[in-house]
Design a protein around this ligand. Structure first.
Ligand code: G4P
Length: 528
C-alpha cells in the first residue's frame, strides 16, 4: 500500500467522558466490531474504584491495566483505528489533557440521564481550545433520561458546542423503540436483547410513508415526524468541513451496553473523522505525508517491576515512517537513539513492529532519556509544541524523611515528574520543593512509588496556594518586574523547565497583583 494510503486509512482518537457515562463499555463494543476481542467484558476498566484512595494495590492494579489499555488498535472495514485511552478519574485529568495532544479527534460520551457533567466540561473545553473534531454519543437510551432536545440545548450551552443530530431516539427508557438514523436514513429497532449484536435495520427513505407507522406505531411515528421536522428547522445540516474544523459537532444516540447505535456511530466515524493532521512545531508546520520521520512523546509509563527501572515512552508519529533499528534524533538532548524493539499496540496486546505510520503510537523502552513533550526526528531540529502544564489544584511541600536516602529521593522525584505524575516547583527564596497535583490521590501514589521503586521516604506539609501562574513580563529588565520580584519573592518558584511561576495564595491576591503590575501577564498554562 502506498504511504499516503496508509495515512489516509488511520483514525487516531480518544473517548472522553465523565466517569460512569459508559466510556469503557463503548470502547469494548467498538473493539467487538473490529473483531479485536471476541466477547464482552474483555476490556478491563481502568477506573479507580471509589474509596480506593489508600488502597495501593488498587493503584498498582490500575497502573497495570492502564499500560495494557493505553492504546487499543484494531481494523474495521480496512480502516486502522487507534483508540487512545484517557483516564476518567479526575485526579488523573492532567494525563488525559496530555493524551488529547496525540489524538486527531474525539468521541464525547454523555449519560442521557445525567447530561453534561463536570469532567465532560473540562475535557471538552480543552478539545475546543485545540479545535479537535468531536462527535457526541448520548448513551444509556435504554434508561429514562432527559428529553433529547433539552439535552442538545444543554450540550450547546454548557459545552459551548454547535451540534447537529445525526441520529434521533424513538422514545426512551421503558418506551425506547429504537433510533432513526438521519445520516443513513433508516430506522433501527431496539430489541433490548444485549446478546444480539446486529439489530434490525429498516430502510426508510420516505418518512411520511405509512411504513413508519406500521413499524413503530402511530403515536411514535407522528412524534418522530414532528421531532425530525424540528431537528431540520433548528439545527444546521451536517457539514464535514465544519466538523473537521471543530466548529460543528454531530450527535448520535444509543446504548453502549446493548450495543445499540454503536455500529452507526462507528460507520459514520470512519467516514468523517480526520486522518492524521499536520502539527505545529517551534519552527514550522509538519505535514503527515512528509517523507522524514517526526514524532513526540505524550505519555511515559514506568515499569511495573520496581527492579527494572525502564519505562515505556509513548510516541505519536506525526510524519514519515518510524522504523526499527534506525537512529533518530532526540532533539532536546541532541543525541541519536535507536530502538531495537519498538512496540505497537493491537487490541490489548503489544508486539514488536518494524514500521509504523503517521497516526500510529509506538511504545519505546526508555532508560531515562525521555520526558513528556520530547521530540524525535530523522535529523531535523524541531520541537513539537502543545503539551502545556496547567495550574495544579493542590500544593504541598515535600520533605525528605530519610536523610540517608536524599539522592534516591531526588532521583525518584525527578523521574516521577518526567512521567508527568505531578508538577514540581522550587521556591526561589529557600529552594524548598513543592509538589503540585490535580488531585489528592497523587500524593499517595508518589509517596508509595518513591518508597517502593526508589527506596526513599517523604513527608508532606500543606502549603496554601490558590493557583500557579506562569509569569510573563513585557520587559524582564523593567523596574516594574524587579519590584514584582522583590515584593512577591516568597511566592515565586521555578517549574521543572526553569520557567518563573507565581504561586498566588488567594484569588484576591492574584487580582491585586495583576492590577498592580499591568505589564506582567499571569498565564494559567505553561505554554503561551
Ligand atoms: P466509564 O468507563 O465511562 O466510567 O463507564 P463504564 O463503561 O464503566 O459504564 C459505567 C456503568 O454504566 C456500568 O455499570 C455500565 O454497565 C453501565 N452502562 C454503560 N452503558 C450503558 C447503557 O447503554 N445502558 C445502561 N443501562 N447502562 C450502561 P456498572 O454497574 O457501574 O458496572 P458493571 O458492573 O456493569 O461493569
Amino acid at each position: 500500500m502506498k504511504f499516503i494510503d496508509e495515512i489516509k486509512r488511520r483514525r487516531t482518537f480518544g473517548i472522553i467522558s465523565h466517569p460512569d457515562a459508559g466510556k469503557t463499555t463503548l470502547t469494548e463494543k467498538l473493539l467487538l466490531f473490529g473483531g479485536a476481542i471476541q466477547e464482552a467484558g474483555a476490556v478491563k476498566s481502568n477506573k479507580i474504584k471509589k474509596g480506593a484512595t489508600s488502597d495501593f494495590m488498587e493503584i498498582e492494579r490500575q497502573r497495570g491495566i492502564s499500560v495494557a489499555t493505553s492504546v487499543l488498535a484494531f481494523e474495521y472495514k480496512d480502516i486502522k483505528i487507534n483508540i487512545l485511552d484517557t483516564p476518567g478519574h479526575k485526579d488523573f485529568a492532567e494525563d488525559t489533557f496530555r493524551t488529547l495532544t496525540a489524538v486527531d479527534s474525539v468521541i464525547v460520551v454523555i449519560d442521557v440521564a445525567k447530561g453534561v457533567e463536570e469532567q465532560t466540561e473540562k475535557l471538552v473545553s480543552v478539545c475546543r481550545m485545540r479545535n479537535i473534531p468531536m462527535i457526541v454519543f448520548i448513551n444509556k437510551l435504554d434508561r429514562e433520561g432527559k428529553d433529547a432536545f433539552e439535552l442538545l440545548d444543554e450540550i450547546e450551552q454548557k459545552l459551548g458546542l454547535k451540534v447537529t443530530p445525526l441520529s434521533f431516539p424513538i422514545g426512551m427508557g421503558y418506551d425506547f423503540k429504537g433510533i432513526y438514523n438521519i445520516w443513513e436514513k433508516n430506522v433501527n429497532l431496539f430489541s433490548g436483547d444485549s446478546r444480539k449484536n446486529i439489530e434490525e435495520t429498516i430502510e426508510i427513505s420516505d418518512l411520511s410513508s405509512n411504513e413508519l407507522n406500521s413499524i413503530i406505531g402511530d403515536t411514535a411515528a407522528e412524534d418522530l415526524r414532528g421531532e425530525l421536522e424540528l431537528v431540520d428547522g433548528v439545527y444546521p445540516s451536517f457539514d464535514p468541513e465544519a466538523y473537521q474544523d471543530g466548529t460543528l459537532q454531530p450527535v448520535f444516540f444509543g446504548s453502549a451496553l446493548n450495543n445499540f447505535g454503536v455500529r452507526e456511530l462507528l460507520d459514520c466515524f470512519i467516514n468523517i473523522a480526520p486522518f492524521p493532521r499536520a502539527k505545529e512545531s517551534d519552527t514550522r508546520i509538519v505535514a503527515p505525508d512528509e517523507e522524514k520521520f517526526t514524532g513526540f512523546v505524550f505519555k511515559i509509563h514506568a515499569n511495573m517491576d520496581p527492579k527494572h527501572r525502564d519505562r515505556l515512552a509513548f510516541i505519536k508519529i506525526v510524519s514519515g515512517t518510524f522504523e526499527r533499528n534506525v537512529p533518530y534524533l532526540h532533539t532536546r538532548l541532541n543525541k541519536k537513539l535507536k530502538f531495537s524493539s519498538p512496540n505497537a499496540f493491537f487490541a490489548e496486546k503489544k508486539q514488536i513492529v518494524d514500521i509504523s505510520y503517521p497516526g500510529d503510537i509506538v511504545g519505546l523502552h526508555d532508560t531515562g532519556n525521555f520526558k513528556i513533550g520530547d521530540t524525535l526526528t530523522s535529523g531535523e531540529k524541531l520541537l513539537y509544541k502543545g503539551i502545556p502544564s496547567f495550574s495544579p489544584e493542590h500544593f504541598r511541600y515535600i520533605n525528605n524523611a530519610d536523610p540517608m536516602k536524599s539522592k534516591q529521593l531526588a532521583k525518584g522525584i525527578d523521574q516521577l515528574m518526567d512521567e508527568g505524575v505531578a508538577q514540581l516547583f522550587t521556591l526561589e527564596f529557600n529552594n524548598r520543593k513543592v509538589i503540585g497535583t490535580v488531585g489528592a490521590l497523587q500524593y499517595e501514589v508518589i509517596q508509595y512509588r518513591l518508597e517502593h521503586e526508589y527506596g526513599a521516604k517523604c513527608t508532606y506539609e500543606n502549603l496554601n496556594v490558590h493557583k500557579a501562574c506562569w509569569v510573563d513580563p513585557k520587559d524582564d529588565k523593567s523596574d516594574e518586574f524587579k519590584e514584582f520580584k522583590r515584593i512577591k519573592s516568597k511566592f515565586l518558584a521555578v517549574d521543572k523547565h526553569g520557567q518563573l511561576v507565581f504561586l498566588a495564595d488567594s484569588y484576591f491576591s492574584l487580582q491585586m497583583t495583576e492590577q498592580k503590575f499591568p505589564n506582567i501577564t499571569f498565564h494559567s498554562t505553561s505554554e503561551f
